[in-house]
Design a protein around this ligand. Structure first.
Ligand SMILES: NC(=O)c1ccc[n+]([C@@H]2O[C@H](COP(=O)([O-])OP(=O)(O)OC[C@H]3O[C@@H](n4cnc5c(N)ncnc54)[C@H](OP(=O)(O)O)[C@@H]3O)[C@@H](O)[C@H]2O)c1
Length: 342
């Protein structure tokens, strides 16, 4: 790593931003080269960085002067305004929001899957990373695609409330405490009570569409990521907000291009360095969101197939949404970009 590199983390006080700081600390990135930015609500707050503290500054176009790499862990509307300002200031930019994922001028990069894009030439200096569920899906599908081809994917994503950031976490805490003490819970972040409930809605619905933006994002991002590999599987499914805090579970049915005996599918998944296969149902070993926190691997297991439809494979995966599903993608892509010549 270039020791003169200066990094700014925008959204450093949030769920993803705090994971970005942990990941930079784990890589011994020096505190003095780090700028932490957030909204004016957090200006002056102090964030722990190992033994040191970092003072939060208000994010603005001026804050990017002299910064080589800016990592955005902010709502899409904030990224849309500030990422171009960071680019104009000469920084490399990686964004974790949905602001640029559909923008054909902005590369969509999943480190470990298509990292080569980070070394190739592209317009501008902004790169987007996919959503946490797309990260899990693509990581699981790629070894299956290579071994058998992938035609179609049906998904049910069971998403912890941290998908809605710090406010989502607080709302589940408050609703749970209210219900357990006989009070009426209030819903501000989620459209209905999420405590002791399952909501088949994560985020907003698309305009004039029965699909949520989250669900439509999987289809679009998988298409963008897989297209250069010569295959665009149809990916569709339902996002469900579940009353757990961290981690997403993803139930997946894949139609492969040829029959895949479970043993062969398991061997293909085991060969991927980005996956951990937990698949001994007799011993009650399978992926669980409680196991995946702080693990940079996507977990996969519960592999099943049916004699009547041998080209279909069923499995369950789990991902640390804030870590592997966002912060690690930001940091790994960003550090690679920062190695490019200015
Ligand atoms: N959570 C996940 O599982 C996940 C996974 C993949 C991608 N993402 C994406 O990552 C982004 C961040 O998500 P999150 O879960 O970390 O959200 P979060 O916990 O709500 O954090 C949002 C961060 O953005 C900052 N922010 C808000 N408005 C701002 C403004 N006007 N100017 C500067 N900073 C501002 C907040 O600062 P204050 O504290 O001052 O409000 C906070 O630091 C979102 O786009 C999300 O879609 C999240």
């Amino acid at each position: 790593m270039n020791e003169n590199l200066r990094i700014a983390v925008v959204g450093a006080t949030g769920v993803v931003g705090s994971e970005v700081l942990s990941s930079l600390f784990d890589r011994d990135f020096p505190a003095e080269n780090l700028t932490v930015l957030a909204s004016d609500r957090s200006e002056g707050e102090e964030l722990a960085y190992g033994e040191e503290t970092l003072e939060v500054e208000k994010a603005s176009a001026d804050a990017f002067r002299g910064i080589g790499l800016v990592l955005f862990a902010t709502p899409a509307a904030v990224s849309r305004t500030l990422a171009p300002a960071a680019q104009a200031a000469g920084a490399w930019v990686v964004d974790a929001s949905s602001a640029f994922r559909a923008d054909g001028n902005v590369p969509l990069v999943l480190p470990g899957f298509n990292s080569e894009v980070l070394g190739a030439s592209f317009k501008g200096r902004i790169v987007a990373v996919p959503s946490a569920v797309t990260t899990a899906l693509v990581t699981v599908l790629e070894p299956l695609r290579q071994a058998f081809g992938v035609a179609q994917v049906q998904v049910t994503a069971l998403m912890g409330v941290s998908s809605a950031g710090q406010q989502g976490v607080r709302e589940l805490e408050q609703q749970t405490a209210a219900l357990l003490s006989g009070r009426e819970p209030e819903s501000h972040v989620f459209p209905h009570r999420v405590a002791f409930n399952l909501l088949p809605q994560v985020g907003s619905f698309m305009a004039n569409s029965p699909w949520t933006e989250e669900e439509a994002g999987w289809t679009l991002e998988a298409a963008r990521l897989f297209a250069p590999k010569g295959e665009v599987p149809v990916v569709a499914g339902t996002a469900v907000q579940v009353p757990s805090f961290y981690g997403h579970g993803v139930s997946v049915h894949v139609r492969l291009r040829q029959p895949a005996p479970v043993e062969q599918a398991r061997a293909a998944l085991k060969a991927s360095p980005s996956l951990k296969v937990l698949d001994s149902p007799g011993e009650k070993i399978y992926p669980m969101t409680s196991l995946v926190t702080a693990d940079p691997s996507v977990h996969v297991g519960r592999l099943r197939s049916f004699p009547q439809a041998p080209e279909w494979l069923s499995l369950f995966a789990a991902v640390d949404n804030a870590g592997r599903g966002a912060a690690l993608n930001l940091v790994e892509a960003g550090l690679r970009l920062a190695e490019r010549p200015a």
